[in-house]
Design a protein around this ligand. Structure first.
Ligand code: NAD
Length: 315
C-alpha cells in the first residue's frame, strides 16, 4: 500500500505520523511546495518510527509528483487554513487554485487512487476532485469532515453528560453522527440518533443542554481556531487516519463523509461505509432506515443550497 499526502503542514504531517505509526502503508510520501519542508517532516517521522515497530518508509519531496506515482491513496491537505474570524468558505478562491495544481500533478501519476480531500471549503474541494476524475469515479473520492465533526459532537456530549454521570466513558456513547456541509452553519448533528448507555440523549440532557452541545459542535472548528491562531490538526489527522484504516483493512466502517450525490449534483456529508475500493451509502435511498433523514430534511436542503452557492465560485 502506497499513500501520498499533498501538503505537509499541520494536518498533513500529523496525519503522516499517525498513518506511519500504525504501519498502514508500506510507503508514505509527503509532498509540499515549501523547499525542504516535506523532506524534513519525513525525516523527523522516520526517526520517531525507530522507536516503534512500524515498517513504513516515509519520504518527502518538494513538488516532484513523480515520487507519488502509483499511490493507492492520495490525501489532499494542501492550501491555506482559516485564521480566527474567518469561515471555511472564504478560502474557496485561494484553495481552488491550489487544488487545480495539485490535481494536475497527483492524478497524472496515480489516476486510479482513492482520494481523501481535506482542504477547505472541503465539500467544494471534494466536488473539484469529482469533477476532475469524472462522476463515474465518484466512489473513490471521500471528503473528510464528518469524521471530525462527529468526534467533536461526541466530545461535547461526553463532557456534558460527565457533569452528571461521572462514570460515563466515550465507549458508552454511540452513533454521534454529523452530516450536511462541513461549515459552521451547514453541519447537521443527528441528535435523535445518539445513544448513551442504551438511552436517547434526552434521557441525560435537557433540551437547552442538547442545544448547547449542538452549538458547541457547529462552532467547534472556530473555537479552536481562535485559541490556536490557526485551524486544529490533531483530530482532523485522526479523522483522516480512520478513513485510511477502513480502506486499508477493508473494514466497512461507518464514517460520515462528503460524497457525491447524483440526485443533487454535488458533494455533501452523509453516512457512508468505507472499504478497500472507496465508499458506499450506509443506507440506500429506498431503504426505510433512511427515513430518519425526514426529520432533518429542511436543514439538509438548506445545507445543499449553501454548498451550491460556494460551488458557484468554481464556474
Ligand atoms: P498548513 O498551512 O499548516 O499546511 C498547508 C500546507 O500546504 C503548507 O505546508 C503549504 O506549503 C502547502 N501547500 C500550499 N500550496 C501547495 C501546493 N500547491 N502544493 C502542495 N502543497 C501546498 O495548513 P493545515 O492546518 O495543515 O490545513 C490544511 C488545509 O486543511 C486547510 O485548507 C484547512 O482549512 C484544511 N482543514 C480541513 C479540515 C477538515 O476537517 N476537512 C480540518 C483542518 C484543516
Amino acid at each position: 500500500m502506497k499513500v501520498s499526502i499533498i501538503g505537509a503542514g499541520n494536518v498533513g504531517a500529523t496525519a503522516a505520523m499517525k498513518i506511519a505509526s500504525e504501519g498502514f502503508a508500506k510507503e508514505l510520501v509527503l509532498l509540499d511546495v515549501k523547499e525542504g519542508v516535506a523532506e524534513g517532516k519525513a525525516m523527523d517521522i522516520m526517526q520517531s518510527l525507530m522507536m516503534n515497530d512500524s515498517m513504513t518508509i516515509v519520504t518527502g519531496t518538494t513538488g516532484d509528483y513523480s515520487k507519488t506515482a502509483n499511490s493507492d491513496i492520495i490525501i489532499i491537505t494542501s492550501g491555506v487554513p482559516r485564521k480566527p474570524g474567518m469561515t471555511r468558505e472564504e478560502l474557496v478562491g485561494v484553495n481552488s487554485k491550489v487544488m487545480t495544481m495539485v490535481l494536475d500533478g497527483a492524478v497524472k501519476y496515480s489516476p486510479n487512487a482513492i482520494f481523501i480531500v481535506v482542504s477547505n471549503p472541503m465539500d467544494t474541494m471534494t466536488q473539484m476532485v469529482v469533477n476532475y476524475l469524472g462522476i463515474e469515479n465518484a466512489n473513490r473520492v471521500i471528503g473528510m469532515g464528518g469524521a471530525l465533526d462527529s468526534a467533536r459532537f461526541k466530545y461535547n456530549i461526553f463532557m456534558k453528560v460527565r457533569e452528571k454521570v461521572s462514570s460515563i466513558n466515550p465507549w458508552n456513547i454511540q452513533d454521534c453522527w454529523v452530516i450536511g456541509g462541513h461549515g459552521d452553519t451547514t453541519m447537521i448533528p443527528l441528535v435523535n440518533k445518539v445513544i448513551v448507555n442504551f438511552q436517547p440523549l434526552s434521557y441525560y440532557l435537557t433540551k437547552d443542554e442538547i442545544n448547547e452541545v449542538v452549538e458547541a459542535t457547529m462552532k467547534g472548528g472556530a473555537t479552536l481556531t481562535k485559541m490556536l491562531g490557526t485551524s486544529a490538526w490533531e483530530a482532523p489527522a485522526q479523522g483522516i487516519t480512520e478513513i485510511v484504516k477502513s480502506i486499508v483493512c477493508n473494514n466497512w466502517n461507518t464514517i460520515p463523509s462528503s460524497v457525491y450525490h447524483p440526485e443533487l449534483g454535488l458533494c455533501i456529508g452523509d453516512l457512508v461505509t468505507i472499504h478497500s475500493t472507496g465508499w458506499e451509502y450506509k443506507y440506500d435511498y429506498t431503504d426505510e432506515n433512511k427515513s430518519y433523514m425526514k426529520e432533518y430534511e429542511d436543514k439538509f436542503n438548506a445545507s445543499v443550497e449553501a454548498i451550491r452557492k460556494v460551488n458557484e465560485a468554481l464556474s
